[in-house]
Design a protein around this ligand. Structure first.
Ligand SMILES: [Zn+2]
Length: 131
């Protein structure tokens, strides 16, 4: 393996120059796809605080974040694949991101294939729920 650090989301910029930036300031994620990347990385790294603040306040109470983190930490996350995005740009108010999250569970390859809905809350992109 090369010495170059890869961000869990797949970027070769490395975590420090990639998802750690929106993790410190969610306003940095200017597209819903960027927020999706940073949420995936938060799952991989077990950053529950970021998963909470990047979740819309209306649907946040539907998730048990500690259970979700426990589940996420028991998997070996391989990669995030963005299949399709719809809206979710710097001038949009909502967007859809279709993605596949590849992981291994007890050595077996699994894929989580979902379409997530993102909307702006207080100007920042947040995850609303499954489309
Ligand atoms: Zn990243």
């Amino acid at each position: 393996m090369s010495s170059k650090e890869i961000c869990p989301c797949g970027s070769d910029k490395g975590y420090k120059n990639c998802c750690s930036i929106p993790h410190q300031n969610i306003a940095i994620a200017v597209t819903s796809e960027q927020l999706m990347h940073s949420r995936y990385t938060a799952f991989v790294l077990g950053k529950g605080d970021f998963l909470m603040i990047s979740h819309h306040s209306m649907t946040r109470s539907h998730v048990n974040i500690s259970e979700l983190i426990r589940w996420a930490q028991s998997m070996k996350w391989m990669k995030l694949e963005i299949i399709k995005t719809q809206d979710g740009g710097p001038n949009d108010e909502s967007g859809i991101v279709e993605f596949k999250a590849h992981f291994k569970s007890r050595g077996k390859k699994e894929v989580l294939h979902q379409r997530g809905k993102f909307i702006r809350e207080y100007g920042n992109w947040v995850y609303f729920g499954l489309e």
